[in-house]
Design a binder for this molecule. Structure first.
Ligand SMILES: [Zn+2]
Length: 524
């Protein structure tokens, strides 16, 4: 490892400005502790001057111990024409009790004149006074130069004067911010190089992803001499988001041979990403670099064949090095290697010369042709492989069902009747639901509950319907994908039919059969 780069996480401040992101105080504390354990150097907890929740967060955080990370409170330079000490927002930064305070100030003359509506000189004083006041109160001060790259383009001498004002007043780090996220890597590199040459303090970089260059711009600044990078987990943030540090951290480690977080934390990266998504109640983005579910997926037969022989042939690093896993996708592009690797992933021991392989591949290709899509339906695929391998009898069969629907005074009522058979025993149940599939699910579950009480814990977490052949209108084939969980495992199942209820029933039956396999395995 050569040099070292500081990671400054702003998931709890800039990240919370993102679409659909909201954290309670307890959420923020959990994330802060997790980031600390992971080993980032700074955790920005919030802006005490902007909302009471952040004040509460800092009050709670005082009772916690952080090992790796130093907690930062975020705010702005003092208001114009008052002293820093007389500014309530600045006083709240002191009251937050954090070792680090980060303040942003204006770099662009346009913003000073039009937004702050003050003079260029007063802006320099606002920066210097605030930094000096915070330093006098014993804080480690990070100065964020807002709209820095735009400011440099507009008036380079003035932009530099703002940075000098912060440095002279004692700022410990000066961060160049691409607040609007529209800069290009070449410009970011050139201006960072200029700032690094002019100033003696550590230079940081804070970028946004508005044109898809958040990470690229941060790396350009690092190449030009910045040694502190700000960003968020999974790239959360306003508009299209901030620089994604779950991308930056492994690039620094694996591609630039530069130290940031402790190397032993890297295998926890995927878990960290999913943990934060979990708290934010967001479905993880499968296409995220390094940590996304699809980051190390192999679909085409030739790729999978090559990966089976030499792992590095289609993988830039070992997925386990960032805590991710290799996934083999099954589709009509699949070859024998896909099936063998997928079967291994699902816990079956197959080899390329297993006798049943040809039957399996033919069955999968035929079903895919009919409209099945096993990529999102591991559960159904597991059942298919089991049926071919063991010719095991299904744990239950649905002998008959009936679904009816009527409308009464503006509300619709659905009722389903199901007859199931388990061995020689039969059950016959009726249930209501707020839709035909819901009613069918309730009836089926009630019928099976007498035989398999463990099915009570199974829940549907997602239900997706897609029309596959749109040329035939309402007679088109319907594909139903169901995602289910028993609170521990999660699995996907699929049904395909011209009739949406029939397709749903297939997916439901597969889902419950998978649940029985899972509970049997868990009990073993
Ligand atoms: Zn920002």
């Amino acid at each position: 490892m050569t040099s070292s780069i500081e990671i400054y996480d702003t998931t709890l401040r800039d990240g919370t400005q993102g679409h659909g992101i909201s954290f309670s105080v307890a959420d923020k504390l959990r994330i802060a502790e997790r980031l600390d354990a992971f080993g980032v150097q700074f955790v920005e907890g919030g802006w005490p001057g902007s909302n009471p929740r952040d004040i509460e967060f800092f009050a709670e955080a005082k009772n916690r111990t952080f090992t790796h990370a130093r907690l930062a409170a975020f705010g702005s330079t003092r208001r114009k024409d008052v002293s820093a000490a007389a500014d309530d927002q600045v006083q709240l930064l002191i009251a937050a009790g954090t070792p680090v305070v980060t303040i942003f100030g204006k770099t662009s003359p346009l913003h000073v004149r039009e937004v702050l509506q003050t003079t260029l000189d007063e802006n320099l004083k606002m920066i210097a006074d605030t930094v000096r006041f915070l330093k006098a109160n014993g804080k480690f001060v990070v100065y964020d130069a807002e709209h820095c790259f735009d400011g440099f383009k507009e008036d380079t001498p003035y932009a530099l004067a703002t940075l000098h004002a912060a440095e002279k007043a004692g700022a410990d780090i000066i961060t160049l911010c691409d607040t609007n996220g529209g800069s290009l890597p070449n410009d970011v590199a050139a201006l960072t190089r200029l700032a690094v040459g002019e100033l003696r303090v550590r230079i940081g970089i804070h970028t946004h992803d508005d044109i898809g260059l958040g990470v690229a711009n941060a790396l350009a600044a690092i190449e030009a001499g910045a040694t502190h990078v700000q960003g968020t987990i999974n790239g959360y943030g306003e508009r299209t988001g901030n620089c994604n540090i779950t991308t930056v951290i492994p690039i620094l480690h694996f591609k630039l041979n530069t130290r940031s977080v402790p190397p032993e934390s890297l295998p926890q990266l995927t878990e960290l990403s999913q943990f934060v998504d979990g708290i934010a109640n967001l479905r993880p983005n499968p296409r995220l670099p390094w940590v996304g579910e699809a980051a190390f997926s192999h679909k085409g037969g030739t790729h999978v064949n090559a990966v089976a022989k030499v792992l590095s042939s289609y993988e830039h690093v070992d997925p386990a090095s960032v805590g991710n896993t290799r996934h083999v996708l099954i589709s009509d592009l699949a070859g024998r290697s896909n099936i063998v690797m997928k079967a291994k992933e699902l816990g079956f021991d197959l080899s390329a010369d297993t006798a049943h392989l040809k039957t399996m591949l033919a069955a999968i290709k035929d079903l895919e042709h009919q409209g099945y899509e096993f990529e999102a339906a591991d559960g159904s695929l597991t059942l298919l492989i089991r049926r071919v391998l063991s010719k095991a009898r299904a744990p239950f069969t649905v002998d008959a069902y009936h679904v009816s629907m009527r409308s009464e005074g503006g509300t619709s009522v659905c009722e389903a009747t199901v007859k199931v058979r388990v061995g020689d025993e039969r059950a016959h149940t009726v249930a209501d639901g707020d839709g035909p599939v819901n009613a069918l699910d309730a009836a089926l579950r009630a019928a099976l509950a007498t035989f398999y009480p463990q099915l009570q814990d199974v829940r549907l977490t997602d239900y997706k319907v897609r029309i596959i052949d749109s040329t035939t209108g309402t007679a088109a084939t319907t594909r139903v994908l169901i995602q289910s969980t028993d609170g521990v495992a999660e699995w996907g199942t699929i049904g395909v039919n011209e009739n949406i209820v029939e397709a749903s029933l297939q997916a439901l039956v597969d889902s419950l059969e998978c649940a029985l396999i899972h509970t049997a395995a868990a009990g073993a």
